[in-house]
Ligand binder design. Structure first.
Ligand SMILES: Nc1ncnc2c1ncn2[C@@H]1O[C@H](COP(=O)(O)OP(=O)(O)O)[C@@H](O)[C@H]1O
Ligand SMILES: [Mg+2]
Length: 260
């Protein structure tokens, strides 16, 4: 992946750790599942895809971003911090490196931290499908809702087929969020140079300024998980087969053999 604008993850993590330390927050403290259920988290789980229900933002730079966003939140109507203006995050990595996992993990961590949060997660492909002009559907209103949503996750930016229309929609969405400095978490397979070609220079320029960049450069976890399953299956002894004397029907008996 070509990526000349990438900042080393350690650098971002160190900078965020420094900011948190100066605010009296332990940057290494882990957010763990609470003893008491958190209603907002329980409600959010219904909107989190099954695969990512237990996702944890365990990447240090993502965890640090979560803490920074949580700390920036101003108290809402019931005293809990709400999401305010803040930096955005760009998670870059090839297929299967855990981008979507980190994104949902970040939402869960914010809720675990007690942040009151309206959020929406959508893939870029679904975003364009939803906003496509069609009879009986107000795409303009939907675009404005997404533009104003306190936390927006745009998954797989640059993966959908691009056109002048997708470029324009992406530009209007990102530009509004850039202007209002609303936290946006973007994941992509593409390095910035390729992203610029795919979604246009105006979007790429704004993303470069508004986001901290995290690069996930590990192997394809899906293939690793599949290989692990194969090795477990290979190590498992062959299935039990009944000895012939048990398997054979009892002479003269019409009774059905039990199914288990
Ligand atoms: N940090 C992690 N810990 C455990 N499982 C993970 C982690 N990151 C990713 N996975 C798992 O690896 C697979 C691929 O992750 P995913 O986030 O879908 O990748 P990507 O979005 O980069 O294509 C999924 O099954 C996911 O649950
Ligand atoms: Mg993904």
């Amino acid at each position: 992946m070509r990526d000349h604008d990438a900042q080393p993850v350690g650098g971002i993590a160190r900078r965020l750790a420094h900011i948190l330390t100066t605010r009296g927050i332990d940057p290494t403290a882990q957010l763990t599942d609470p003893a008491e259920p958190i209603p907002a988290l329980q409600a959010a789980q219904a909107r989190i895809p099954a695969r990512y229900q237990d996702a944890v933002a365990d990447h240090p730079a993502v965890a640090a971003w979560v803490r920074e966003v949580a700390q920036a939140g101003r108290p809402g109507p019931k005293g809990a911090p709400g999401i305010a203006q803040g930096r955005s995050l760009l998670i870059v990595g090839t297929t299967g490196t855990g981008k979507t996992h980190q994104a949902y993990g970040a939402v869960r961590s914010l809720l675990l931290a007690g942040v009151r949060l309206r959020w929406k997660a959508i893939t870029a492909a679904d975003l364009y499908a939803e906003l496509r002009p069609r009879a009986g559907h107000d795409g303009e209103r939907e675009l404005m809702d997404l533009a104003r949503c306190p936390l927006l996750i745009i998954d797989d930016l640059g993966a959908a087929k691009s056109s002048e229309w997708t470029e324009e929609v992406t530009m209007r969405l990102i530009n509004r969020r850039y202007n209002e400095m609303l936290p946006t978490l973007v994941t992509t397979n593409l390095g910035m140079a390729d992203l610029r070609v795919h979604i246009g220079d105006r979007v790429a320029s704004r993303l470069t300024e508004m986001t901290d960049k995290v690069i996930l450069d590990g192997p394809d976890r899906r293939r690793a998980i599949a290989a692990q399953r194969r090795s477990i299956t290979a190590a498992t002894p062959p299935a039990y087969t009944e000895p012939p004397e048990l398997a054979a029907p009892i002479a003269g008996s019409s009774a059905r053999r039990p199914s288990c």
